[in-house]
Design a binder for this molecule. Structure first.
Ligand SMILES: [Zn+2]
Length: 307
């Protein structure tokens, strides 16, 4: 597929809403990931759109095929049917490489041998990369990441829930990684290519990724891709204020009662639930929830789930 410039037909595709859910197959579907799945599903269906499934199996050391199977089975049990065939990141390595090569021709992409602790020591805030390796001569035999030099530019966008958001790439972020030390493509590059290849018109995902978005918009601009709309939904937190990121006793899904689970998620999303709806079948619940889905009702702040 052509990764540079607009492919023909993109205009027509843009008329139709295309959203996606992109879980990492590092474990079972849990309350946090199901929450994102339902929000993106209802948003897509309420816009008469397509809801696509992408498996974030780029990191082969963490991704497990049994996790992939269980995620697909659990989504089916929840009655969340995706459109088109499942998109696996592991099948698109050549597409990421092609995009990296296009960027290489236009921007300064350089090897970096810093470890995480090096960066923590070097950086003033422990996070921002200070460009240490930009001018170093690094032998190709050393284990190295590839970073892209960012300009002193402010990227602005309007999130559908959080409103205006902006970030200066060089002051707030610093040069960032496109290919990791272990050889895997970085999330920032892969997600931009994936959204392009799947013709995604709106990204619905957790608000922990809000501050990743300007980097991705900048990459889209460099590659000549259309920028989708963004809706960052609140994170589900445990009582200890940690994001729910894996299956634990509190976040394990009881898939023997998918209807109750659906109602629970709708409550967390602050969507209207009629008394009839609680008695409905799973299909009826999703149909009604789609009909009444309202992003203006979504909470903006993180939601703490009762333990
Ligand atoms: Zn470095």
């Amino acid at each position: 597929m052509d990764l540079s410039g607009d492919v023909s037909g993109v205009k027509n595709l843009n008329l139709a809403y295309r959203g996606r859910f992109a879980p990492s197959p590092t474990g079972k579907l849990h309350l946090g990931s199901l929450f994102t799945a339902v929000a993106s599903y209802l948003r897509a269906k309420s816009r008469n759109g397509q809801w696509l499934l992408r498996i974030d199996d780029l990191d082969g050391t963490r991704a497990r095929s049994e996790s992939i199977d269980s995620i697909l089975i659990d989504l089916e049990k929840m009655g969340l049917c995706w459109d088109e065939s499942v998109y696996y990141q592991s099948q698109h390595l050549q597409d990421y490489e092609r995009a990296l090569n296009i960027l290489r021709q236009r921007e300064n992409i350089y090897p970096c041998i810093c470890s995480r602790s090096d960066i923590q020591n070097l950086s003033t805030d422990g996070l921002k990369y200070p460009g240490t390796c930009r001018t170093k001569n690094i032998s190709s035999s050393e284990l190295q990441a590839l970073r892209i030099q960012v300009p002193n530019v402010t990227i602005r966008f309007k999130d559908l829930l959080h409103g205006h958001f902006e970030q200066n790439l060089s002051l707030d972020i610093g040069d960032f990684v496109l290919r990791r030390r272990d050889g895997f493509y970085a999330y920032q590059l892969a997600v931009v290519v994936d959204d392009r290849l799947q013709h995604i018109t709106e990204v619905v995902r957790g608000s922990d990724l809000l501050d990743n978005t300007p980097r991705q918009i900048w990459l889209q601009q460099l590659l000549g891709y259309t920028t989708p709309d963004y809706l960052h939904i609140p994170l589900l937190m445990k009582n200890n204020k940690n994001k729910i990121s894996k299956s634990t006793s509190e976040t394990l899904l009881d898939l023997n009662s998918p209807r109750q689970l659906a109602i629970k998620i709708l409550r967390l999303l602050n969507q209207p639930i009629s008394a009839d709806l609680e008695e409905g079948t799973l299909e009826e619940i999703w149909r009604e929830a789609t009909l009444h889905f309202d992003i203006n009702r979504l909470p903006q702040s993180p939601i703490t789930i009762p333990s």
